[in-house]
Design a protein around this ligand. Structure first.
Ligand SMILES: [Mg+2]
Length: 149
């Protein structure tokens, strides 16, 4: 699948135009989705020019290389001043309705293919029966920490 990923507030805390602190497991999950699950990742951000390059460098220095940045494919020609939505199967953005899930949960949702909220209970049941990997356990730990027990 093609997954479009926002940067500020999604991969790092929102400190635009500076680069905020990394959001836990964002980079790790994205690398896993790319390397192990074979998804195509596109960085989709309002950043451009030097600020875009800062974000690209930040990710690449941590081993995360996107297929394209604000484009559908690397050499797509976009006229200056053109703003439009890129084409993706999934968008990961902190401005999603409902906010940004923990990255452990994002990983579970994409890996399961249950990309709809109403399927989350079903997913929960299925995951309980399966072996839980490290990211899943981290996602659960974060959820529990949020709930306060
Ligand atoms: Mg954002």
């Amino acid at each position: 699948m093609i997954i479009a990923v926002d940067f500020d507030g999604t991969i790092v805390e929102h400190e635009y135009p500076r680069i905020g602190k990394p959001i836990p497991f964002a980079i790790e999950v994205l690398k896993k989705l790319q390397e192990e699950e074979g998804h195509t990742l596109i960085l989709w951000t309002m950043r451009e020019g030097k600020l875009l390059q800062d974000a690209i460098n930040f990710c690449e220095s941590r081993g995360l290389k996107f297929y394209a940045h604000n484009k559908n494919y690397p050499d797509e020609i976009i006229e200056e001043g053109t703003i439009r939505k890129i084409s993706a199967d999934i968008y990961i953005d902190d401005r999603n309705i409902g906010g940004l899930f923990d990255w452990g949960i994002i990983y579970r949702i994409i890996k399961s293919g249950a990309n709809r909220i109403e399927n989350l209970d079903m997913l929960e049941n299925r995951m309980q029966k399966e072996n839980k990997n490290w990211f899943i356990r981290m996602g659960e730990a974060l959820e529990k920490a949020k709930r306060g027990y």
